[in-house]
Design a protein around this ligand. Structure first.
Ligand code: NAP
Length: 330
């Protein structure tokens, strides 16, 4: 029977306040987009989740469509909650999202009230929960009025099925409009979830400035660029890597010589800091005070351990930041 390590909260600096809310999030959160589907070995998924909790990771990120197949990551995590982590429910921030394709027909996708609220009910059932901590609109819907999507998020909170709401993939202007609507509805936006890494800086500077001004937290996804910002591909494409076995979102063709030349140079900077490349990539996104948490994925326990180790050295010297800018600009 699983019993968490008593040392899991030994580092109070591991938690950062989420915008202007009462909630603190761990510097590293764990995402279940990959490696938690019913096609993946359950024991590995369980080991990753439990080790993450042992290391102080309290935030686990899901969405209706994570798997494969769609929905099965929530079922896997539901089983982990039932068998292991559920006894510590009040120590956990559990999130889910709706907005990408989930079921056939006109109501299983995008941001209508019908789609979001039906999806949340399905997620709660798969997870075996009465409520999630954060319910996100997964992406803006160009055809549904923002008022309707935000109204559905606010309803989720009022009905007790979510404690907080969040936005993902919303550009700055829509984020500000959505935040104003949610404030009017009495359910302020807790946090935003955009993609951000050394190789993808679209959030700079506008979105991060908007979030700071609005008092919204920020948890950044794919901070390791799905594995590119690690040593994973330095000696070819391993069969058990994401590009090697599940090329839905990271194809072997994405591992170009140009990317590898850049990440090898970044790795030299990381080594000079006494870090792995993954650790430096995480410290780099966390250097912004607007960034609350770096949301990683992992295919094995040792990766979670390595990533949490990033928080031992978050500071960058001016010389290191300049060298990194030079490498990214080359
Ligand atoms: N809101 C959205 O639209 C959206 C979109 C995408 C993701 N997300 C969320 O963000 C989470 C993270 O996304 P992601 O999985 O792309 O994140 P990521 O952290 O950029 O990439 C994770 C991958 O990097 C490799 N890795 C991780 N730690 C490592 C280490 N220490 N050393 C070497 N390799 C390491 C592993 O690759 P291998 O598998 O090859 O070992 C792992 O699967 C998702 O699970 C999901 O919750 C949200």
């Amino acid at each position: 029977m699983y019993s968490p390590l008593a040392t899991r909260y030994a580092a109070p600096d591991f938690y950062r306040r989420c915008g202007r809310s009462g909630i603190k999030l761990p510097l590293i959160s764990l995402g279940l987009w990959h490696n938690f589907g019913s096609v993946d070995p359950f024991e590995n998924a369980r080991a990753i989740a439990c080790r993450a909790f042992d290391l102080g990771i309290t935030c686990f990120d899901l969405a209706n469509n994570y798997g494969p197949p769609e929905g099965s990551a929530e079922e896997t995590f539901g089983r982990i909650l039932r068998e292991d982590l559920g006894r510590w429910r009040d120590e956990l921030i559990l999130t889910t999202k709706a907005g990408y394709h989930m079921w056939p027909g006109p109501y299983g996708d995008w941001g209508s009230r019908k789609s979001l609220l039906a999806s949340l009910d399905q997620s709660l059932q798969r997870l075996g929960l009465e409520y999630v901590d954060i319910f996100y609109s997964h992406r803006p819907d160009p055809e549904t009025p923002l008022e309707e999507t935000m109204g559905a998020l606010a309803h989720a909170v009022r009905s007790g099925k979510a404690l907080y709401v969040g936005l993902s993939n919303y550009p700055p202007a829509e984020t500000a409009r959505a935040a104003a609507l949610l404030r009017e509805l009495g359910t302020p936006c807790l946090l935003h979830q955009p993609r951000y890494s050394l190789l993808d800086r679209w959030v700079e500077p506008q979105l991060l400035a908007t979030l700071e001004a609005e008092g919204i937290g920020c948890t950044v996804f794919s901070p390791l660029a799905k594995g590119l910002l690690t040593d994973r591909y330095f000696k070819g494409i391993p069969a058990d890597s994401r590009a090697g076995h599940d090329p839905r979102f990271l194809r072997p063709a994405d591992i170009t010589d140009a990317v590898l030349a850049r990440t090898r140079k970044l790795n030299e900077v990381a080594e000079s800091r006494g870090q792995t490349l993954a650790q430096m990539a995480l410290a780099w996104v966390l250097r912004h005070k607007a960034v609350t948490s770096a949301l990683i994925g992992a295919s094995r326990v040792s990766q979670v351990e390595d990533c949490v180790g990033a928080t031992r050295r978050l500071h960058f010297t001016a010389e290191e930041l300049t060298r990194i800018e030079q490498i990214l600009a080359a």
